[in-house]
Design a protein around this ligand. Sequence first.
Ligand code: GRF
Length: 210
Amino acid sequence: MAEKRIAVLASGRGTNLQSVIDGIKNGNINNAVLQLVVSDNERAYALERAMANGIEALWINPRTFKGSEDYNDAILEALRKRRIDLVVLAGYMKILSAAFVRAYRDAIINIHPSLIPSFCGSGYYGERVHREVLEYGVKVTGATVHFVDEGTDTGPIILQQAVEVLPEDTVDSLAKRVLRIEHILLPRAVDLYCRGCLRKEERRVIIEAN
Ligand code: GRF
């Protein structure tokens, strides 16, 4: 099977991007090459991480486009030019257009810091997720990697792992423990995808040994 060409879209610090860079370096992610990192945010530390690792880093400024459709089209064009097979959303804060999702159907992966379908959907990002987990009083939370469809956090689930909520947890301590799990799950999901181990049956993602 040909090596999968990956693009990561990230808006912020990029620790999940780093987990993919490291995964490819240390052989936990196979059959993959990280070709491009795109950000909507000029100051995203994710762009620095890309450059530090010899990966093309592209800031595409949303302000220079008429609207979200045009902006998404510009990213799509950049991905097509580089023959990207897999798009990884790693803390990417913009909504993908329907055309984008259609163009990369079942080839866009997102990481979310809760056990979907809890504490997810529109507006659930950053600290809010963990704050609401604590306020609700659930005993377990976790991380989810899923395919992206037209909804927000509604696509088929690839991997999930639970994280226990401790009585002494703060938003910060919980976010840190969940993040550690994200850094395990995301490279694992990327590896499974790139080795052709993921098959979809309706909403269910079947993991096959390859
Ligand atoms: C992570 O918590 C991820 O689950 C969410 O956004 C955050 C990004 O963190 N989608 P980082 O930029 O990868 O460090």
